[in-house]
Design a protein around this ligand. Sequence first.
Ligand SMILES: Cc1cc2nc3c(=O)[nH]c(=O)nc-3n(C[C@H](O)[C@H](O)[C@H](O)COP(=O)(O)OP(=O)(O)OC[C@H]3O[C@@H](n4cnc5c(N)ncnc54)[C@H](O)[C@@H]3O)c2cc1C
Length: 596
Amino acid sequence: MADYQAPLRDMRFVLNEVFDAPALWASLPKIAENVDPDTADAILEEAGKITSGVLAPLNREADEQGCKWNEGEVSTPEGFKEAYQTIVEGGWNGLGGNPDFGGMGMPKTLVAQFEEMMQGANMAFGLAPMLTAGACLALDAHGSQELKEKYLPNMYSGVWSGAMDLTEPHAGTDLGIIRTKAEPNDDGSFNVTGTKIFITWGEHDMAENIIHLVLAKLPDAPKGPKGISLFLVPKFMVNDDGFLGERNQFSCGSIEKKMGIKASATCVMNFDGAKGWLVGEENKGLAAMFTMMNYERLGVGIQGIGAAEASLQSARGYANERIQSRAPTGAQQPEKAADPILVHPDVRRMLLTMKSYVEGGRAFSTYVAQWLDISKYSDNDEQRKHAEGMVALLTPVAKAFLTDRGLDTTIIGQQVFGGHGFIREWGQEQLVRDCRITQIYEGTNGIQAMDLMGRKVVASQGKLYELFVQDVASFIEENTGDAALKPYLEPLAASLERLSDVTEHVIKQAGDNPNAIGAAAVDYLDMFGYTALAYMWAKTVKAAAPKAEGDTSGFYTGKLKTARFYFDRLLPKTVSLAEGIRSGSDAMMALAANEI
Ligand SMILES: Cc1cc2nc3c(=O)[nH]c(=O)nc-3n(C[C@H](O)[C@H](O)[C@H](O)COP(=O)(O)OP(=O)(O)OC[C@H]3O[C@@H](n4cnc5c(N)ncnc54)[C@H](O)[C@@H]3O)c2cc1C
């Protein structure tokens, strides 16, 4: 198994050469004061050392050991406490956090690269800083000044970690039916009672305190999603002097045995009149959660790329070393008993598919992060509004498409290893198991597709979709004279037109047929994702082509050749997806329950 190495060269290429992120940062005054290219580069370098040198070496053994539950306490695998301490000492938890409360205020475009390294190196561990950063975002956006001052500095530092408590045994996708209750006390606090399940890092031994953000219902709350409020519930009470007080009234009832991310604790949390404080307004808890969801959902998409990158690194090394059979064109290494499997077209198909998804996906996550940065930090109202629209539209695509392709990539990586991919020793089967959850949590990928098609595309009658079309169309227009880009612009334009036709078709169908959106959604998101990746590969060609001549490293020439593979072999999937979508919902809905 190849040791995970943070893909710094590629991250720098995406940030500096494809997107010119430093120019974006300089144009956003609130970011410009926190980051310059040298600082960003130093952060990438240090992140690479920690993720490759500290987190990755723990990944395999921690998967074997898992977390252990004992009388409500959860102990983590060997080395996790020390690794967590390294994260705390480097201030990594607060990398993107609000500087007013001790965060480092770095742009998401940069933070996204760190997240990818952490998830690629050790996804189970990486969930702890990820959940803490998510909880901080919600608290920073919606908490009172008092709550922020009391909790954020220790959460940004990582001395305290965060957990998000939404799911209940009977309520996952449909949070409107949760039963956890919050009863008001005279002192402004609330008593929270109920059971939450599947709470990632809800209990553990790495941090001094764990701050839970819990969704619950007030006694007089309206029914459904409009009656949910958000509460901050600390494991240990925090005294006014900042020191920790008594243990709060809740505990971890058990942890799940599960398919992957075994080294992360997935907890049943029992709240028994636990003291909590309202975050944001009463009955507006779901809206508060959605603030951080755009970040979290992109973060989960990035988990898909992280796992896929780790798989690609191993598969690439293996394909160069493993010798089996001769190349169809004749022996390539006659001195050996057989040629490396890399000579076989099908192995190349596998590796190039992986490389297309990983590098195209990294560009796409950075593209979405760029819109998040503009939406958060621009001081121009119009620009901010435009960016918010892009974020709303692209977030479900980033979450679902990147995790779907992430799993595809890890499975292909496993296949490159043949039977050895099925054996634990090589690490590929762990990547498949770990990556699988990314399609399920933070809103299943089916729900992401419904969000894209229903809430974003159809509900806005295509207006949000048009923002994306305009962006791609202006790129095509600006570059029509570019000879290197010529072979890519035509299929990109054709793919965009195909997507636009299908978009219009489904918007029309949705008017008469309530099942139209659900029937089209997953294929539509896929089609959107493949088109978006084509756009990313075209941007990649634009950045790489001028440097390809005389490139002996293979970095830039490899980009151009991978782009060609993507356009020739993967983008055509949109044709069959479009056909399927146009067939409508009849075939799906025709069966009675006893016929399925
Ligand atoms: C390892 C792990 C970690 C997790 N971490 C957390 C955490 O930290 N905090 C937290 O709160 N939760 C967490 N979860 C819970 C996770 O977010 C939920 O499992 C997920 O949202 C799906 O909910 P569910 O399991 O109840 O499935 P259900 O909602 O019952 O869905 C079952 C199936 O029906 C589909 N479906 C449901 N409704 C619709 C609809 N309207 N239209 C179309 N299809 C639909 C779904 O897509 C899915 O395929 C975690 C889960 C796991 C397994």
